[in-house]
Design a protein around this ligand. Structure first.
Ligand SMILES: Nc1ncnc2c1ncn2[C@@H]1O[C@H](COP(=O)(O)OP(=O)(O)O)[C@@H](O)[C@H]1O
Ligand SMILES: [Mg+2]
Length: 426
């Protein structure tokens, strides 16, 4: 229960945000067959098949390399994508020619080569190889390669989904989700939609000062697959770049859903909206877990107490296990420094959760209370407030956009810090 010290941030390595251009869009419902040579590649492809971005693809892994593929397709139709490992397979170009003679047109080929390959890339392209990856490959290399075949060719926006959830109820997860989304739209100029998934009690329409609408309820309860035009009509426009799919916040029905209830809505929105922020209520059900697991990035919000620490640890563990090829979820501490409350310090959180918080947001009942009661964002009340800056920093970390990388702390940093006026110290 010690007070946090500025040195804490130097103790643990920070998780680096992904570059904005390293975003991998999920592949559509396609079939993929891999013909591997080495066990390592087979294992990498197999585990790629379990990645969320290949959740819709049908993937089979066989051994036998090029020869195996040629044999297999002599009398079987070819899938959408063939992955072939060329290691020790002799003349690669001759093999590809033979493969071409048994392949259906339209089938795409990914070649997993080795550093010793001596084939010019242009000869591979000429023979219809769509992507060439030099082994040894990681599961993520395979995911990236397969997904890239589809995302680049289809001229559709593939929005990035950011899920925000609390380690307990009432920690401020929704408040943070709304303020971060506002910063993404306002400062990073990314067209964004907030989806309030707390159908019974959600406050997004209050926070953005919007008239209550059925929003997400209309989308999820309608029997047909929603299209973009339908969802567009359900959106409430909050600012230039920000819209809201609001929760009805009425209790005339109950809100139990199957795991996949929101999939079609998210997929439809992704086609038109670069950034989708999910305000996920604090519960662990089939559909909330799926919303978190399927997101491109996750932010867990915790208050500095023991129950939050335990829950955050469990959430991070569960999500890291089910998303082995993704950046670990980020977390932030909120309502820190509430008067008279004993707190678990940031250092203990960082140790237990094995990463630094993306932000440590002070408790400020006047600021947050004013915002909540007026239907305003924190930055609308005070644009230069330290807390507004934190929301922008979280927005940047989550999107990988507009980030000024933190300067590496030098040996002199503590001394330089001491020379600064007290108020300006890190
Ligand atoms: N840093 C903070 N300081 C003071 N009050 C806060 C802070 N963050 C959130 N709140 C307040 O806490 C309450 C619960 O927030 P909410 O976002 O609804 O939590 P959750 O979605 O986690 O249940 C709201 O009244 C909100 O204004
Ligand atoms: Mg909430």
């Amino acid at each position: 229960m010690t007070r946090q010290s500025p040195k804490d941030s130097e103790e643990l390595p920070d998780t680096a945000p992904p570059a904005a251009n390293d975003y991998i869009a999920a592949a559509p419902r396609i079939s993929v067959q891999a013909f591997c040579v080495t066990e390592d590649t087979a294992a990498a492809v197999q585990s790629a098949g379990e990645d969320r971005r290949l959740g819709k693809t049908h993937l089979t892994v066989k051994m036998g390399g090029m020869g195996g593929a040629v044999d297999a397709y002599h009398n079987a139709p070819t899938p959408n994508v063939i992955v072939i490992e060329s290691e020790g397979q002799g003349d690669i170009l001759a093999g590809l020619d033979e493969l071409a003679s048994v392949c259906d047109p339209g089938t795409r080929v990914i070649l997993v080569g080795s550093e010793n390959d001596e084939v010019p890339y242009r000869e591979l392209v000429r023979r219809g190889v769509n992507d060439y990856v030099i082994g040894p490959v990681s599961p993520l290399d395979v995911v990236r390669s397969i997904c890239s075949l589809f995302s680049a060719s289809e001229a559709i926006t593939v929005g990035r989904v950011i899920a925000v959830a609390g380690a307990k109820g009432g920690v401020g997860a929704s408040t943070i989700a709304h303020n971060v989304a506002w910063a993404i739209a306002r400062n990073l100029k990314l067209d964004s939609v907030v989806i309030d998934l707390d159908l019974a009690f959600g406050t997004a329409s209050l926070d953005y000062n919007q008239d209550p609408m059925q929003g997400i309820a209309n989308a999820v309860f309608q029997p047909d697959r929603p299209d973009s035009a339908f969802i567009d009509r359900l959106l409430a426009k909050c600012t230039d770049h920000l819209s809201l799919l609001a929760a009805p916040a009425t209790l005339d029905r109950v809100y139990d859903f199957g795991a996949n209830a929101f999939d079609a809505i998210f997929d439809t929105l992704r086609m038109t909206t670069p950034c989708i922020v999910l305000d996920v209520p604090h519960q662990w059900s089939a559909w909330t877990r799926r919303a978190l697991e399927g997101a491109d990035d996750i932010l867990i919000v915790a208050e500095p107490d023991l129950a939050n620490l335990r829950n955050a640890k469990n959430m991070l563990n569960a999500l890291k296990t089910s998303r082995p090829n993704d950046r670990a979820p980020l977390y932030c501490l909120n309502q820190v420094g509430m008067p008279k409350r004993p707190e678990i310090d940031r250092r203990s959180f960082a140790k237990t959760l094995e990463s630094q918080p993306a932000a440590v947001i002070p408790f400020d009942s006047r600021l947050f209370g004013t915002a909540a009661n007026n239907g305003q964002m924190i930055a609308e009340i005070s644009a230069n407030h330290r807390t507004s800056m934190m929301f922008l920093e979280i927005a940047q970390r989550l999107t990988g956009l507009g980030e000024t990388r933190k300067k590496k702390s030098s040996l002199l940093a503590p001394i330089i810090n001491k020379l600064k006026p007290r108020s300006a110290r890190a």
